[in-house]
Structure formats: structure tokens, C-alpha cells
Design a binder for this molecule. Structure first.
Ligand SMILES: CC(C)(COP(=O)(O)OP(=O)(O)OC[C@H]1O[C@@H](n2cnc3c(N)ncnc32)[C@H](O)[C@@H]1OP(=O)(O)O)[C@@H](O)C(=O)NCCC(=O)NCCS
Length: 304
């Protein structure tokens, strides 16, 4: 077994090996922290917001990989660990030195808070995190249900209007997610970046307008090319001034209806483990937890 890195960019062949490892590691499509698109798109960026280290087996095949990416929003970093399915029993022994190496690079690139995400969040990842000095942080559930639901929304909704609704939607998002800074801190630049993605469709960004202001919205995302076709409730929020009137329920029903109308047969979403209001809403609508991811965190000081 040979360890490599840390490096601050990957060449195309290395990036392709990482995408292959991600699929061998058994990552589901549409998984936000370690989505395949992100591996391919960002790993070659070569700026100081990226760091990676990896291990190869005797035959030179990539078997373990750790990556850290600086968030565009703030000075925090998101780290992920991939282990080949055949090497899972060695997760802690391979993952801990790789993560420590990547943390050193993060320090050289200005430091900051690092969140390690583990798809499936098993005990081996907890061991990696502990050995590298990280503390437990968040729990994220992925929930799914079959589509269609047979339900239709009874409240008037309209599609997002590009160039008109951005600021108000961001304000509702900020107010609704005041307790969840990762989501509540979405900026215009971040929104526009997502709106430039191929999956973005204003017709799938459903707005509830009451008395001339946005009361809530349900932004859906189709995982184009997935089979079966997966549709996500990407962002759902209701302004606190309009909470508790079943608007959240109506918006999710409408979002799922829209996704089913586009051919999705699976409805999917991510929800924080401590978001009791949202969990209750989704369970009532027949969603079940299909996986649970966990994160661990540490703050890395700037080093030279
Ligand atoms: C989650 C959210 C969309 C719910 O919207 P809402 O319009 O207030 O909720 P509703 O009035 O439609 O309530 C729907 C169900 O949610 C549950 N619920 C709502 N608020 C709740 C609370 N504070 N605690 C527990 N359950 C709650 C109820 O079970 C209710 O079901 P019932 O009326 O059939 O019994 C809203 O609280 C919100 O925007 N939260 C912040 C953003 C967020 O967390 N989004 C989800 C991210 S995954």
C-alpha cells in the first residue's frame, strides 16, 4: 500500500480514477456531500481551495481517497473520504493518515473549519475522525418515497421568475433557515451558480405568494439521466410569518407532483437529524429514511 499527497490539484487521469473509486465505493446518485458531478468538476480546479491525498494497492489501483474543498460561501472546508468496498475493514488505518495529510494542506492554504462527511456514517469513519482530531457534528438523513403520491396541492403556486424573484427568495430562505446557517447563508452568487446548472428549471421552483410577498417555496431538482429517475425536494422553506398553516405540506405535495409529472418515480430529499418540524412533515407524507450521513469537525490553524 502506498500513500500519496497531499496535492492541491489532480490531473485528468487521477480525477477519473477518483470517479471510478466513488462508484466502487457504492455511492448513491444524488448524494449531495459526495456527488459524482462534484468529483469530476471540482477536482481539477487547481486553486488553493482544494486538497487531496490517496492510497493505492499493490497493483497501483486507487483504494482510498480523501479530499477537502473550501466552501465558496465562507472559510469552511468540506472533506470526504472514499474507500474501495474491498478495503472497508482498513478504513481507519488508511483514512486517518490521509485525512491528517489533507488537514496539513488546509493549514497551508489559510486553515479554517473542516467538516468531514461520511456517506453512511459508519463507526470506521468515526474512528478516522477521532484519530485525526475531529469532533462529531451533524447528522443528515436522506429520505425517499415512491412517486406519484396521488396527492395534489390545493393552494395557488407559480413558477420562479428569473431576474425577479432572487432577492425575495433568498430573504425567505435566510429567515426560514436562521437556525441552519449552512442553508440560510445562501448568497445571490450561490443561487445563480445553481441556476446555471443543467438541471435548473424555473417551472420546478414553485413559489407561494401571499399578499404580494413570497411566503414560501419548493425548489425541485431532477437527477437527469438517473434510472429510475430521481427527483429531489432540493430546498423547501416557509417564511416564519406563514409557518404552521400547512403551507410546507402543500409545497412538498406540489413539488412531488411536479417531479412525478416530469417522469420521476422516486422522490428524495435530505434533512438534518435535528429538524423535527421537517422530519414530521416528511414522515407524514410517507417518506422513509434511506441513509444517514454524519459529519465531524475541527478548526485548522493557518500554518506555513
Ligand atoms: C419545515 C417547514 C417547511 C414546515 O412548514 P410549515 O408550513 O410550517 O408546516 P405545515 O404547517 O405544513 O406543517 C406540516 C406538518 O409539519 C409538522 N410540523 C410543522 N411544524 C412543526 C414543529 N415546529 N414541530 C413539529 N412538527 C411540526 C406537523 O406535523 C404538520 O403536520 P400536520 O399539520 O399534518 O399535523 C418550515 O418549518 C420551514 O420552512 N422550516 C425551515 C426550513 C426547513 O427546515 N426546511 C426543510 C429542510 S429539509
Amino acid at each position: 500500500m502506498a500513500l500519496y499527497g497531499p496535492v492541491d490539484r489532480l490531473d485528468d487521469a487521477q480525477a477519473a480514477d477518483v470517479v471510478t473509486l466513488a462508484s466502487r465505493a457504492g455511492l448513491a446518485i444524488g448524494h449531495t456531500p459526495v456527488g459524482d458531478e462534484d468529483w469530476a468538476r471540482r477536482s481539477g480546479s487547481g486553486d488553493d481551495g482544494f486538497g487531496a491525498a490517496w492510497a493505492t494497492g499493490a497493483d497501483g489501483k486507487l483504494v482510498a481517497y480523501v479530499q477537502a474543498l473550501r466552501s465558496p460561501a465562507d472559510p469552511s472546508w468540506s472533506a470526504e473520504l472514499l474507500i474501495d468496498a474491498d478495503e472497508r475493514s482498513r478504513t481507519a488505518d488508511l483514512g486517518a493518515p490521509l485525512l491528517s495529510a489533507v488537514l496539513r494542506l488546509v493549514g497551508q492554504h489559510g486553515g479554517g473549519t473542516v467538516h468531514l462527511w461520511a456517506a453512511g456514517g459508519g463507526p470506521a469513519h468515526a474512528e478516522v475522525a477521532a484519530r485525526a482530531g475531529l469532533e462529531p457534528h451533524r447528522t443528515l438523513h436522506q429520505m425517499s418515497r415512491p412517486l406519484p403520491t396521488g396527492l395534489h396541492s390545493s393552494v395557488p403556486l407559480r413558477a420562479f421568475v428569473v431576474g425577479q424573484d432572487e432577492e425575495q427568495a433568498l430573504e425567505v430562505n435566510r429567515r426560514a433557515f436562521a437556525d441552519h446557517p449552512d442553508q440560510g447563508g445562501m448568497t445571490l452568487a450561490m443561487l445563480e451558480e445553481r441556476m446555471a446548472e443543467p438541471w435548473f428549471d424555473p417551472a420546478g421552483f414553485l413559489i407561494s405568494e401571499i399578499d404580494g410577498r413570497i411566503a414560501g417555496f419548493c425548489w425541485t431538482k431532477l437527477f437527469l439521466g438517473s434510472d429510475p429517475l430521481v427527483g429531489e425536494i432540493h430546498v423547501i422553506c416557509v417564511d416564519p410569518d406563514f409557518a404552521g398553516r400547512r403551507l410546507g405540506h402543500e409545497l412538498v405535495v406540489a413539488g412531488l407532483d411536479h417531479l412525478a409529472g416530469r417522469g420521476a418515480t422516486i422522490g428524495m430529499l435530505f434533512v438534518e437529524g435535528d429538524n423535527t418540524a421537517a422530519l414530521a412533515l416528511y414522515e407524514r407524507l410517507g417518506f422513509e429514511i434511506t441513509r444517514t450521513d454524519r459529519s465531524w469537525t475541527t478548526t485548522v490553524a493557518t500554518s506555513t
